[in-house]
Design a protein around this ligand. Sequence first.
Ligand SMILES: *[C@@H]1O[C@H](CO)[C@@H](O)[C@H](O)[C@H]1NC(C)=O
Length: 330
Amino acid sequence: MHAQALLLATAACGALAAPAKRAGEFLFTGTNEAGGEFGTAFPGQLDEDYTWPSPSAIDQLFDLGMNTFRVALKMERATPESLTNSINETYFEGFESVINHITSKGAYAVVDPHNYGRFYDEIITDVEAFGAWWTTVATRFADNANVIFDTNNEYHDMDMQLVVDLNQAAIDAIRATGATSQYIFVEGNAWTGAWSWVSSGNGEAMLALADPEDKLVFEMHQYLDEDSSGTHDACVSATIGAERVQEATQWLKDNGKKGIIGEMAGAVNEVCIEAVKGQLQHLLDNSDVWTGWLWWAAGPWWSDYMFSIEPTTGPAYVGLLEDIQPFIGA
Ligand SMILES: *[C@@H]1O[C@H](CO)[C@@H](O)[C@H](O)[C@H]1NC(C)=O
């Protein structure tokens, strides 16, 4: 999209422009913002069990060129006890204020129910209630064009048809609120891994999803350690980043779909930095299908967590940001 606009602009000037900053070809570059999903206590207490991302930290990352922030929340805290309950305003006003802060800057805010397809640890099987939850939540943001709806974080170990049905119920509910201009990020089963997108069956099953507005983006996650879990500081090789997303790239191309890597990271060491750069370069080289990428993660409570990109002391902020800055854009 951006590439086409640039081509048109170049043609209009009638001059050969210098090569555009290639990161500009991504629609979305940014980070996850964790905190609202922290803690296992429900409903939990603000600043004891959970916290909200810092507006000033978001501002600093925005100034580096990030334009998309995926903000986690817990469904159990948004609507206590039942998916069909009304919103707990005490919790939700904190979430809403982060979302509004981001979008008022002209950036994209992704609403990320960080629930793994579960509610109080039980797999969500009531598709209608899941749709109702989305009606409740999307209604709050229906007029905000810079909000992106992410149906759920990392479905896993679930019936594949159920994952499809939950995604479709969310899409239908969101559109029915009048939120017709916004992107919807859909996620697959098997922790929505890019490396296993085809082999897990997501590739085949997720083709059933339909959006009347045709603004679905297939969100996949990809880490670079031995089991793609993102829990080890060693990456498999310097080329693993590109290798692990290649098959998903082909799936997007073969099926005329758009994708985003909604979580990615590597620790601060030579092999991982090369692997991360290789992954980002691959996404950029295929930005006809990859709309962008989001780092895992920023947030005020990460302390010295190896992937933290929280300004200004997170290990990735200190040791890796410079390497990925060319892929963030301006
Ligand atoms: C609503 O959220 C607040 C803040 O987290 C919490 O203290 C309160 O107990 C919650 N209410 C319900 C009914 O869960």
